[in-house]
Design a protein around this ligand. Structure first.
Ligand SMILES: *Cc1c(COP(=O)(O)O)cnc(C)c1O
Length: 719
């Protein structure tokens, strides 16, 4: 196989008539555009599969003869021209939603900070839900035409890759990824120089370069400390996502927040709205206050000016999800900085104070909530829980008046829809269904899709999942990574006809992956039923430092390996966005069993619902507002007074009851032609009610209307 030396090297070898393929491969727009995906796939379907759908690598590796052949293929040229026309029209469109509804705002720019972004597996800088949400937010900001840019990290080693040993334990492996095989390039300053920044952190001076990724119309900027002028220690600072100790993490967050603001200045950008997605980037407020204080404002004036145009989204009620840095580390890195903010040490440390951390810890979420006038949780329930959690910041105010609202998460439909269902929706809901994805009237038409067509499409997608699982297992065996016994645990005995339940997410203990195994006899009866079999597919990573999470994976692996469970349970190694697509599209039921009220929102169930996969979940996070009694199954948690044991027992009991009495019978109740009418009715109800509400089109519009415009109009025009 040929390789080319640089990311732009492939352009040189492209025939003249296909010259713009290189440009297309460098803008992630292709990844959520079906015609774009098909175009790259048809260049070389095998290579497309082998490169994990990475067009940059595909164009570098494809044989020259193949390119020459395509340049003379009228069908391919037609396909190519149509995609390029659509790409140009997309980027030049002046009548976007934002332009037509908010065009009156004066030079708005929303800067969106996040520690991770999940856009595509060819840029592995995400770990899970938070990153995917940020990636989906960017794609939708592009689709809706928001003036918007993202600020994050380039992690040269990304997040860890998961391997499961023969004994069923998770191992973490970090593999460097090659920027030349990713759609990223060096970002340039207005004068055309590569953008570089320097951040003083205590005694360390850290330099960083900046990458950019084009995401449709918007740009994502990524900070990278792997530059020659840094010490080895500083070079490695941004090597891994969530990979270091507390001090590395603090330094990363200084880089993201403070470095991020400096980077925007170096790029010549002047945001009017600053959105911190989770507390990792909270320091951005400090740097902006410092800028204003240095220009002569008092601290109080500066803090208020910054507050008015800052948006903060909190993402979890789980205490471990909030960074708290010990004061001795804050002293090490901020002594000297607080003076520039016009603050004493005590006043500075008080910005991150909570009742729990008083006197010893600096809480990043507390800093963000104190410093942002526009704060939200990510579902109605999470908004309520967050008001309770943070009520102490507004002593004297009733809890429900605490100024934290909610914008419920959504998913970017074009990214998560299965191609087969996309076609079906185009036919029955209208060719522009994805552009109008938040309109209830569009989804009302789902009721009229003929049952057998919907069922046939669902079956096709499910067979694709089974093929994906089988081929992964086969590849593992061929390459000597799997023993024959492990091959069964990877799902080779799964049956495409059997009711298939998917459970894939981070293995945090509150998500209770093993709830279904509480009563093994009852579970066995469900799985082994000869006429109405049930099977389970698991996937997910546990953070390498999360011992209980790793133990949960081991427990699930034991069940997968238990011959008495007959190969009806599978665990798929190394969950990522690519696998997530197959899973959320291909199973029949999406299971979620968080311990209420710990699931802030969750989004995988929304991806499933868009594809006609029915949710069965504890009524927590988004599902608490999505469930209507007829569009899936909900498990009502016990009142908060119940202890964990009682709650677990109750939820498991309820889950078995639903499976035995409702889910399995409904799935296997068939017409003469084999169609499960009742099931399809529920699928349609799920599409009709969930798809329009839990998409990023609705979500980003909500952010614009409830948060961004309020923040933008309060930005002084003199900035
Ligand atoms: C959607 C997604 C998640 C988030 O799932 P939750 O429902 O929030 O648990 C995590 N990881 C990947 C790879 C995803 O695609």
């Amino acid at each position: 196989m040929e390789t080319t030396p640089s990311s732009n090297g492939s352009h040189g070898r492209l025939p003249q008539s296909l010259a713009r393929l290189g440009e297309l491969s460098q803008n992630l727009w292709w990844s959520w555009t079906p015609e774009g995906r098909r175009l790259f796939e048809s260049i070389d379907p095998t290579l497309w599969y082998l490169t994990h759908h990475n067009p940059v690598k595909l164009l570098a590796d494809v044989r020259s003869e193949r390119l020459t052949q395509l340049a003379q293929d009228p069908t391919f040229i037609r396909q190519y021209s149509a995609v390029m026309r659509a790409f140009d029209a997309y980027r030049q469109n002046t009548k976007t939603w934002f332009a037509t509804t908010h065009g009156q705002l004066d030079r708005p720019l929303i800067a969106y900070f996040s520690a991770e972004f999940g856009l595509h597996i060819s840029i592995p800088i995400y770990s899970g839900g938070l990153g995917i949400l940020a990636g989906d937010h960017c794609k939708e900001a592009s689709d809706l035409g928001l003036p918007f840019c993202g600020i994050g990290f380039m992690y040269p080693q990304g997040y860890f890759r998961q391997r499961i040993t023969a004994e069923g334990w998770q191992e973490a492996a970090y593999a460097p990824f090659n920027p030349e095989e990713s759609p990223i390039h060096p970002a340039l300053t207005p004068s055309g120089e590569p953008c570089k920044i320097t951040v003083q952190m205590g005694a360390r001076t850290v330099s960083a370069k900046v990458w950019k990724a084009d995401v449709g119309r918007i740009v994502l900027y990524l900070i990278d400390t792997d530059v020659p002028e840094n010490s080895p220690e500083n070079r490695a600072l941004s090597a891994r996502l969530y990979g270091g100790d507390q001090e590395i993490r603090l330094c990363q967050e200084i880089l993201l927040g403070i470095g991020g603001v400096r980077m925007l200045r170096a790029l010549g950008l002047s945001p009017t709205v600053w959105h911190a997605n989770e507390g990792h980037s909270s320091f951005l407020v400090l740097e902006r206050i410092r800028e204003l204080v240095q220009k002569g404002m008092s601290h109080a004036e500066a803090a208020e000016a910054v507050r008015q145009c800052t948006v903060f989204t909190t993402h979890t009620p789980v205490p471990a999800g909030h960074d708290v840095f010990p004061h001795h580390l804050m002293d090490r890195y901020f002594a000297g900085y607080w003076d520039q903010l016009g603050l004493s040490r005590d006043e500075f440390l008080r910005l991150g104070e909570t009742p729990e951390s008083r006197g010893h810890g600096f809480n990043m979420t507390a800093l963000a909530i104190r410093s942002a006038a526009h704060v939200n949780g990510v579902s109605r329930e999470h908004g309520r829980v967050s008001r309770e959690m943070w009520q102490h910041l507004w002593p004297g105010l009733a809890t429900d008046l605490a100024p934290i609202r909610h914008v419920t998460n959504g998913i970017h439909a074009p990214t998560w829809i299965a191609p087969e269902l996309n076609q079906l929706y185009a036919k029955h809901l209208g060719p522009d269904w994805a552009d109008q994805c938040d309109e209830e009237a569009v989804w009302q038409r789902a009721t009229d899709i003929p049952d057998h067509e919907l069922w046939a499409a669902r079956q096709t997608v499910k067979r694709k999942l089974m093929g994906f699982i089988r081929e992964r297992a086969r590849a593992g065996w061929i390459h000597g990574q799997l023993q024959p016994s492990q091959v069964i645990a990877r799902g080779t005995l799964l049956d495409p006809e059997a009711l298939t339940i998917g459970f894939a997410r981070r293995f945090a203990t509150y998500k209770r992956a093993t709830l279904l195994f509480r009563d093994l006899e009852r579970l066995k009866a469900l799985l082994q039923n000869q006429w109405r079999p049930v099977q389970l597919v698991f996937a997910g990573k546990a953070h390498p430092a999360d011992e209980p999470g790793r133990y949960f994976i081991h427990e699930v692996m034991n069940f997968c390996n238990d011959h008495k469970l007959g190969g009806h349970i599978a665990f798929l190694e190394d969950y990522d966005m690519h696998m997530a697509k197959f899973l959320v599209q291909g199973v029949d039921v999406w299971l979620n069993t968080p311990r209420w009220p710990m699931e802030a929102s969750g989004t995988s169930g929304q991806k499933a619902a868009l594809n006609g996969v029915i949710n069965c979940s504890v009524l927590d996070g988004w599902w608490q507002e999505g469930y209507n009694g007829a569009n899936g199954w909900g498990i009502q948690p016990l009142p908060p007074s119940a202890d964990q044991q009682t709650q677990d027992k109750h939820d498991a009991e309820e889950l078995y009851r639903l499976l035995e009495q409702e889910i399995v019978p409904l799935y296997y109740q068939r017409d003469l032609d084999g169609t499960p009418r009742g099931w399809i009715q529920m699928v349609k109800e799920c599409l009709r009610t969930i798809a329009p509400q839990f998409c990023t089109k609705r979500m980003v519009k909500d952010y614009v209307e409830t948060m961004y415009t309020a923040a933008a109009v309060r930005t002084p025009t003199t900035w």
